[in-house]
Ligand binder design. Structure first.
Ligand SMILES: Nc1ncnc2c1ncn2[C@@H]1O[C@H](COP(=O)(O)OP(=O)(O)OP(=O)(O)O)[C@@H](O)[C@H]1O
Ligand SMILES: [Mg+2]
Length: 580
């Protein structure tokens, strides 16, 4: 409560009117809208959109909205009073009803088209028209751009109803998937991983939709029944929501000369991206060709660092298509994601995902998206030979940059100043042979144990137990590995050899979280929320927004734990389809 009161005292925005004064719709004003669209945005029928950067869309409010949660941390960063989240007019707006927003806020939002590439292959057949012109934000609708405390933010409803890109679907998101995204975004932010942020989450007390999902305890790969679930709207916030797939859409149009303004629209979009996401590193006065090259170099750095961070915290984006790859270099679209528990290089929580988007293959998947990003920029450099060559070089260099980010990351996780290939490959071999909890292992290691005793807390028991000869052999290898690690952290591997054990532990705890958003912790939170009990969700939110802190003994016992054996291979918990 004390916290809340001090946050309220610092708040600059306590009413929707005050927020309205910060509104700035330059996205809508500077970019092109689809000339075939209805300016009021009330035509939600699926259709092809041939030109323009966005389609004006009025969201469809959810019936009888109820407050579920808001991000206290993000509210505080924005200077929003906590009380705003439950105030009627704010709640009305962020549950999809723009009909009475105060001026200069607008009663219409916008949705964008994008293209899709999967692992570096262009797809055009994924929309009902088989052209790609009907693919884009099918249920994501931006409702506001605002400059708040000197930073510009775009606010986007997810589940705000159909848009022309809905492809015949309902435009809704269920509470289950909205809770997952809401929690995961703020958890990732707290883990120090760039991400879209969560603002609010509201559920409908009356409106439901049907989704295929798993029967309780099902071991089937695919959902085995249709479930009626409450709909929700969560609002996510980022400097922009431009995806690699969006650049691709405009680039494909320019490449194929689909309309006279195609090249110009591509350039406008790229310049907009630079303005929103890269203005701190790319000077506005430069010419486009120079900017494009700088953009590619900077995005390469951000993307490589992002994916290394994902692996650091055990995150797998199970569907890293180009349309789920934010061009600003942050995490976007928390549907098919999961946090790795039993370490498995091929961990993939999404049943539709496949090996190419699995845990340790993410650097390669990122490279494929980066290739598509570079290809999308290329038409803008058609008459600039020098810059084209630079872009080529940047593209080819991705894997090297990625590799170096990965080595830096592994070294940090292991408390080393420099990556040690031998130590690392033996660790990977051991972690693959012995089922180990990824998060618990590195956290236990961060205590700099004298022997492998404490590390065993992160081992999942195997049939035959630790007594079997094979296990004893493995234990010996673990002990040898630990001894080698100890010698490296206390001597050769570190220039700061005098660094105390406490200092080493402290540094390691800053990169190895204690808490990760394990799916079996999320399931009861959304199940209870479906019954109108939001307390478990809010508790989980509190725990997961301080993932590096030790927290209380009680929190530790409940949340920093091996996955219970009965929850292995359970549909909706260990793996899931993306019926969100
Ligand atoms: N219920 C739905 N109604 C309309 N469109 C949908 C619906 N579910 C998904 N889509 C659209 O299908 C495409 C692929 O879905 P995916 O699961 O990647 O997206 P998502 O989770 O809705 O979105 P995002 O990438 O915006 O976080 C997206 O363009 C999305 O907008
Ligand atoms: Mg998506």
């Amino acid at each position: 409560m004390g916290n809340r009161l001090s946050r309220e005292a610092n708040a600059e925005v306590t009413t929707l009117e005050q927020l309205a004064r910060l509104a700035d719709y330059s996205f809508m004003d500077n970019l092109n809208f689809d000339p075939d669209s209805d300016p009021d945005g009330i035509d939600h029928k699926p259709r092809q959109v041939f030109t323009g950067h966005y389609v004006p869309v009025r969201p469809t409010p959810i019936e009888a909205p109820e407050y579920v949660a808001h991000s206290k941390e993000f509210f505080s960063e924005l200077g929003f009073a906590d009380s705003l989240a439950e105030s009627p007019d704010f709640m009305r707006m962020f549950s999809g009803d723009l009909s009475s927003v105060p001026k200069p806020m607008r009663k219409v939002g916008w949705a964008c088209g994008y293209a899709l590439s999967i692992y570096g292959t262009e797809y055009t057949q994924q929309c009902p028209f088989q052209t790609g012109n009907g693919y884009g934000d099918g249920r994501a609708i931006s409702v506001l751009e605002a400059v708040i405390r000197g930073r510009r933010w775009e606010m986007q409803l997810k589940g705000g109803g159909r848009t022309p890109y809905c492809r015949g679907a309902d435009g809704r998101a269920v509470l289950r998937s909205s809770v997952r995204e809401f929690l995961a975004q703020e958890h990732m932010h707290a883990l120090g991983v760039p991400t879209s942020r969560s603002l609010t989450l509201y559920v409908s007390k009356t409106e439901k939709v049907t989704r295929p999902w798993y029967s309780e305890g099902s071991h089937l790969r695919d959902p085995d029944r249709l479930v009626s679930e409450p709909v929700a709207i969560s609002t996510r916030v980022a400097p922009s929501f431009i995806r690699v797939g969006q650049l691709e859409l405009f680039s494909r149009r320019a490449r194929k000369n689909e309309h006279p303004g195609a090249m110009e629209e591509l350039e406008q979009l790229v310049l907009h991206l630079i303005d929103r996401e890269y203005s701190d590193v790319i000077d506005q006065s430069l010419d486009t060709a120079t900017k494009v090259v700088m953009l590619a170099r900077e995005f390469r750095a951000r993307l490589a660092s992002l994916v290394a961070s994902w692996i650091r915290v055990g995150y797998c984006q199970g569907n890293f298509n180009s349309d789920n790859c934010a061009a600003g270099g942050f995490t976007l679209d928390y549907g098919p994601f999961g946090f790795c528990e039993v370490f498995d290089p091929q961990y993939q929580p999404w049943t539709g995902g496949g090996h190419h988007f699995s845990f340790l293959n993410q650097p390669v998947a990122a490279e494929r998206n980066f290739d598509m990003f570079c290809s999308a920029l290329r038409p803008l450099l058609a008459t600039h030979q020098r810059e084209l060559a630079q872009l080529e070089e940047i593209q080819v260099g991705f894997s090297k940059v990625m590799q170096s980010e990965m080595e830096k990351m592994w070294a940090a996780k292991l408390g080393l100043d420099a990556f040690d290939a031998g130590l690392f490959s033996e660790l990977m071999a051991l972690m693959t042979k012995m089922p180990v909890d990824y998060t618990l292992f590195f956290r236990e290691l961060s205590a700099v144990p004298d022997d492998i005793g404490p590390l065993k807390k992160s081992f999942y028991r195997r049939p035959g137990g630790m007594e079997s000869a094979a296990s004893q052999g493995l234990e010996k290898r673990w002990s040898e590995w630990l001894a080698r690690w100890q010698s490296l952290v206390s001597a050769g591997g570190n220039k700061s050899s005098s660094r105390s054990r406490e200092e080493l532990a402290r540094q390691m705890r800053l990169v190895n979280p204690k808490y990760s958003l394990r799916e079996w912790l999320v399931v009861p939170a959304y199940r209870q929320a479906e019954q109108g009990n939001y307390a478990p969700l809010r508790e989980l939110q509190d725990v997961m927004t301080q993932p590096y802190a030790e927290q209380s003994g009680e929190v530790e016992n409940r949340y920093s734990r091996l996955k219970p054996p009965e929850l292995f291979n359970v549909g909706g918990v260990s793996y899931y389809s993306c019926s969100s």
